[in-house]
Design a protein around this ligand. Structure first.
Ligand SMILES: *Cc1c(COP(=O)(O)O)cnc(C)c1O
Length: 350
């Protein structure tokens, strides 16, 4: 007999990426930004970390909702704050899914979705992506209450055009909610925010962890029509974002110049790194994210991964259906990428 519910007892649990320590490591395994947060963010944190902490924070994170609304062109009533995008995913699963209301998503994708479904004890329909990781048929007919599409997708780095997701939203209308996980959209050529205006069943999920360099802070948000935001708000913890995080995220989203500069640097490094990898005969798909998925034509990615780790260079190894023997490499600073490329040249020469 277990104290836990059967589904929790049987659950393996989500395994977060390895967090190596030490000054000399080259950490390219969990898709963080290689750049520090904006100086204005640090200033906002300093201004909050004092007497203000005595009080509870704004329950809805109103400062952030106002700032994000202005930057994105929406009303604050279209925006909901969360303790990281992962918190928002939990809130969505608790809001829409139960034993009779399932979850559907294309695979391979972010491995947290099935874990949240198991916790919620809801049915899951996984639909394999098309040949070039284009949006598969079958999501609309899966009979799920909630459909999640990660776009750009992780860990493939691929991108589905917003029009295609608009078509899916229209097919799901009055039956299911379409949540588009845009954790990596800051590095992509387009986004799906416009769908919120045309579809009352679309939720756009954003994270401040990647493009805004705030993974350690924990802040994410959703953009959707007012009635969806109002419903989701009933499910969240009363104070799910703390005062320091609200101040930091508000300053971050307002510092548009700093954000654009960093994104530009990562994209330029992405192009260089892809060229260098192709030069070493890695098979690399186009990436709309801050990471690159690489397969080996003449090597074993698992072995390369281990040899990089010996040199204290950390990337992520994947061996999944539709994604066998691949490396997922976060784009770092020029210095980090150069170290990676030099190590790969050495490993590939043997
Ligand atoms: C990083 C990531 C998240 C979670 O972001 P947090 O804001 O750090 O919780 C959600 N979805 C995907 C696909 C991610 O890669």
């Amino acid at each position: 007999m277990s104290y836990f519910r059967d589904n929790i007892e049987a659950l393996a649990g989500y395994v977060p990426g390895f967090q190596p320590t030490g000054a000399d490591v080259v950490k390219l395994n969990t898709n963080e930004s290689p750049y520090a947060p904006s100086p204005k963010v640090i200033e906002a944190i300093r201004n909050t970390a004092g007497e203000k902490l005595r009080r509870y924070p704004q329950p809805l994170g109103d400062d952030f909702r106002k700032a994000a609304g202005e930057v994105l062109g929406f009303s604050p009533d279209n925006i909901m704050c969360a303790n990281g995008a992962d918190d928002m995913l939990t809130i969505a699963l608790r809001s829409f899914c139960d034993e009779g209301r399932g979850l559907a998503y294309p695979v391979p994708t972010y491995s947290l979705y099935p874990v949240l479904a198991r916790i919620q004890n809801c049915p899951v329909v996984e639909v394999a992506f098309g040949s070039d990781f284009d949006l598969p048929d079958g999501l609309a007919d899966a009979g799920a209450a909630l459909v999640i599409v990660c776009n750009p997708n992780a860990p493939t780095g691929t991108f589905v055009e917003p029009d295609k997701l608009g078509e899916l939203a229209a097919m799901l209308k009055r039956r299911s909610v379409l949540l588009i996980d845009e954790a990596y959209v800051d590095y992509a050529k387009a986004n799906c925010l416009g769908l919120v205006r045309d579809h009352d069943n679309v939720i756009i999920l954003r994270s401040m962890s990647k493009g805004y360099s705030l993974a350690g802070m924990r802040f994410g948000y959703a953009v959707a029509c007012e009635s969806l935001i109002a419903g989701l708000t009933k499910v969240k913890d009363s104070y799910n974002v703390d005062a320091v995080a609200i101040a930091a995220a508000t300053a971050a989203i307002r510092d548009v110049d700093y954000f654009r500069t960093n994104i530009g640097k990562v994209k330029a490094q992405r192009t260089e790194l892809i060229e260098a990898l192709k030069d070493m005969r890695f098979v690399v798909a186009a990436s709309e994210t801050n990471f690159i998925l690489a397969g080996c034509a003449e090597c074993c990615a698992e072995e390369v991964h281990a040899k990089l780790a010996d040199r204290r260079i950390y990337v992520r190894y994947f061996n999944l259906p539709g994604l066998d023997d691949k490396l997922r490499i976060t784009v770092g600073t020029k210095e980090q990428n150069d170290k990676l490329v030099a190590a790969l040249r050495e490993i590939m020469r043997r």
